[in-house]
Design a protein around this ligand. Structure first.
Ligand SMILES: [Zn+2]
Length: 165
């Protein structure tokens, strides 16, 4: 698929010994240009960003740990964090009203297909909300993560007490 870059990578860290096991979905609570500025200023990053028009950007190399999760919870002996995940962000205001577009859903499925083919150790699809609720609610209003996970033989990783989108 056609994937654009910014012409440079955003801030990342070494993954250390961690195996990449999950894809974490986000919403940026903003718009593309402002989000890129904020990420640069705060030295944060996602690996991929999907604009509302379906354009896909790669912000960071998958072999490096992007800075997209912050603190996350352990559940069932498993913690999904920056070290062992790939961060994919959807352009959305995260207010529960701003709609996710069909173009974004199509692009996300295509991108996930490419990610799991390139990184076969990935076993889980989850969201920032599922790993960091109540501190985080994104991607608010994005439904059907479990069904998307099933398309790629991934488990949807969540934990008790996290509300649905
Ligand atoms: Zn997030």
């Amino acid at each position: 698929m056609d994937i654009q870059t910014l012409g440079y990578w955003l801030n990342t860290r070494d993954r250390g010994d961690a195996e990449t096991i999950a894809v974490v979905l986000h919403a940026d609570a903003g718009r593309f240009e402002g989000t890129v500025k904020t990420l640069k200023m705060r030295r944060l990053s996602y690996h991929y960003y999907i604009r509302k028009d379906g354009a896909v950007f790669k912000f960071a190399p998958a072999a490096r740990a992007a800075q997209h999760c912050g603190a996350t919870y352990l559940y069932g002996g498993l913690k999904i964090s920056n070290s062992n995940s790939i961060g994919v962000c959807l352009e959305n205001l995260n207010d529960g009203k701003d709609p996710y577009t069909d173009e974004q859903r199509v692009a996300l499925k295509e991108l996930l297909g490419e990610i799991v083919a390139a990184v076969p150790s990935i076993r889980y699809l989850t969201t920032h909300r599922d790993i960091s609720y109540p501190r985080k609610t994104d991607p608010k209003g994005f439904e059907g993560v479990d069904r998307i996970a099933a398309l790629f033989d991934l488990a949807y990783w969540t934990r008790p007490g996290v509300p649905a989108a």
